[in-house]
Design a binder for this molecule. Structure first.
Ligand code: V07
Length: 264
């Protein structure tokens, strides 16, 4: 399964990737992992390469981490591929990014089928270029009956916009007399966020040193464990994922209020 023999030193004991995989598998594997895949541009700059070279390398990391999450038994992997803010980047870079889903799927779709992986999407599809939409719809349709890992891409996604859309839909129900304002609760809002059918993320990973959420899954991350690393996304590997999971496992997960979480 993990052919590469990566070696890591822990307290003078040498652990292989296979040994650390076995170790995390003994404990609870997070059902849903969400990742902010940051640092592709910085990775390229460090090597005097164009930013698009970083994005291309980042796409290879998506493949690697999808395989690893699948092998570990993760149920949902949500990847922040394109934010609503990303439209502000140079036109040529946006055009390159919008071709990545096609590139990724052209080579990886057969393996996704073999691995029983289902592709899903959150975000606004309608304003993506038609060739990108076509590739995404094709992949979602081809994998719709797969029952294994859900590979959920956040494309043209913004957390606040998602909450605004949920409010608008709830208000429509109120306007039509189908819902009373006093009956609006968290479960109602949950029905209208784009992940309503998925479990909330147990673990959020952000690469490349920034320590913020940047408008990602604001509603869903309320109780999620957060893990940040300085490693740029193209350098992120199986060992990093296993380390993030093992940190998640050692943390005492205290849902707000349930076990007397200290809030002040
Ligand atoms: C993108 C590579 C990963 C680092 C982050 C930015 C660049 C894979 C996809 C993708 C999306 C949907 C899909 C299949 C693949 C992707 C964009 C950018 C826009 F169905 N990587 N990747 N999409 N990057």
């Amino acid at each position: 399964m993990f052919k590469k023999l990566l070696r890591k030193k822990t307290n003078s004991k040498v652990t292989t990737i296979n040994e650390s995989v076995d170790l995390v598998k003994e404990d609870k594997i997070p059902s849903h992992i969400a990742i902010i895949m940051d640092g592709n541009g910085r990775w390229a700059k460090k090597r005097a390469l164009p930013r698009i070279a970083g994005h291309h390398e980042g796409m290879k990391t998506v493949r690697k981490i999808t395989r690893c999450a699948c092998d570990l038994g993760v149920k949902v992997l949500t990847l922040y591929a394109f934010s609503t803010e990303n439209w502000k980047r140079p036109k040529s870079e946006v055009e390159f990014l919008m071709r990545l889903p096609e590139q990724f799927l052209n080579s990886f779709l057969p393996e996704l089928m073999e691995r029983n992986i289902r592709i899903e999407m959150i975000g606004v599809m309608e304003t993506l270029p038609s060739h990108t939409q076509k590739a995404l719809k094709y992949a979602m349709n081809a994998t719709k009956d797969n029952t294994g890992l859900v590979l959920n891409f956040a494309m043209n996604y913004g957390g606040r916009a998602e909450i605004v859309m949920a409010i608008q839909q709830l208000m429509k129900q109120v306007e039509e007399g189908e819902l009373a304002i006093d009956d609006i609760d968290e479960a109602c809002v949950n029905q209208y966020v784009m992940t309503s059918h998925l479990p909330e993320p147990d673990l959020l990973i952000r690469t490349s040193g920034e320590v913020r959420l940047s408008n990602f899954m604001l509603w869903q991350l309320a109780y999620t464990e957060l893990w940040f690393t300085d490693i740029h996304w193209p350098d992120f590997d199986e060992q990093c994922l296993v380390e993030a999971i093992s940190v998640y496992q050692t943390r005492n997960r205290r849902y707000g209020g349930l076990k007397g979480e200290e809030t002040n």
